[in-house]
Design a protein around this ligand. Structure first.
Ligand code: ZN
Length: 344
């Protein structure tokens, strides 16, 4: 029988300090060449081990082989010039120096497929693999070629679909697309964002997920959140269209967020990865706090469709903190699982 309330993380976990500078986004690698390739595999093994030690049910690579959840994928594409950098406002929120699209984009070889195959060899557990979503990719670039966010998103969706099909063939059980941009550009999401995402998952037999959050716990994001008021209703704008989309799972930020839990009702029927761990604080949740968030979510999603998760990636956190949070997630899910099975 399938385990009730299977736990997982949104994706990234801290890297060991011998591989990259800890607690930093876009942290440069400390190794090179073959040493770097070996180091990434060792880090992946460690990250998997920590998830298993914590009792996480659906495991991932902890994004150990990528510098950043969006740019690492883009780096492997043709048509993007990483030397031509422009400063643009990303997520309508903060300035970032980004590469430029200078010609037709294409993917001449797989990006993460070898890493996914390596992870598959290490475990019999279900594995989840994260890719950036088309809209978030577009929003993390300067485009001097297509001059249309929508057109570029469709091109990226086509390339993501190629990658996703190969990840599926490598044995990935759930392919997740990270779309923090969905929480910002509502009109575009409804016009073409979700359609582009559906293009990216076209023809896949494995399960698919979309992760929509309020971002890593970096200052630009925490400042933005302060201005969002007491009720964060962003999800309300996009859930109706997502509910009718072909995506299987929706990964959300729910813990310590001012997201009214009842908004989950709008995606009734979908599987929901409920964020029960706050990634913007070093305070480690108690199992009871995690359980409390899950119980609230259970009012709006059937137990068979509830997947306890983290609000977002934990890459910028200290390893000890991330480890504590993984344990709390597991223990909290266990409390509710026992309640549901009448084992109190
Ligand atoms: Zn996130």
């Amino acid at each position: 029988m399938k385990r009730l309330l299977p736990t997982s993380t949104a994706g990234s976990l801290p890297k060991p300090s011998w591989l990259a500078q800890p607690e930093t986004l876009w942290s440069p690698w400390k190794l090179q060449g073959d040493e770097l390739a070996d180091g990434k595999q060792d880090a992946l093994r460690l990250s998997l081990h920590e998830q298993q030690r914590a009792g996480i049910d659906i495991v991932s690579d902890g994004e150990q082989s990528r510098q950043h959840f969006v740019t690492t994928f883009i780096e492997h594409l043709d048509g993007v010039d990483f030397k031509r950098r422009e400063t643009v406002k990303i997520r309508d929120r903060y300035d970032a120096s980004v590469p430029t699209v200078v010609g037709a984009v294409s993917r001449h070889k797989p990006v993460f497929v070898d890493d996914a195959r390596f992870l598959r060899q290490q475990t019999e557990q279900p594995i989840k693999w994260a890719l950036p979503g088309p809209m978030t990719m577009v929003d993390t670039l300067y485009d001097s070629h297509y001059k249309s966010r929508e057109k570029l998103a469709w091109e990226f969706a086509r390339l993501l679909n190629q990658e996703a099909r190969e990840l599926e063939a490598a044995g990935v059980d759930i392919i997740q697309f990270d779309e923090p941009a969905f929480n910002v550009f509502f009109d575009e999401v409804n016009d073409w964002g979700i359609a582009a995402l559906e293009r990216a998952i076209e023809g896949l037999q494995c399960e698919t997920a979309v992760h929509i959050c309020y971002g890593y716990g970096i200052k630009a994001n925490t400042d933005w959140k302060k201005g969002l008021g007491t009720q964060w209703r962003q999800y309300e704008e996009i859930f109706p269209r997502l509910q009718t989309s072909s995506v299987d799972l929706i990964s959300l930020e729910c813990h310590n967020a001012h997201v009214p839990m009842e908004l989950i009702e709008l995606v009734r029927g979908k599987k929901v990865m409920v964020g029960a761990i706050d990634v913007a604080t070093n305070v480690i949740e108690t199992p009871e706090e995690v359980a409390d968030t899950l119980r609230k979510a259970l009012e709006f999603v059937e137990a068979e469709k509830l997947y306890p998760c983290t609000n977002c990636g934990m890459a910028p956190l200290a390893r000890e903190v991330a480890r504590g949070k993984l344990n709390a997630l597991s223990a909290g899910a266990d409390i509710v699982r026992r309640e549901l099975l009448g084992e109190r």
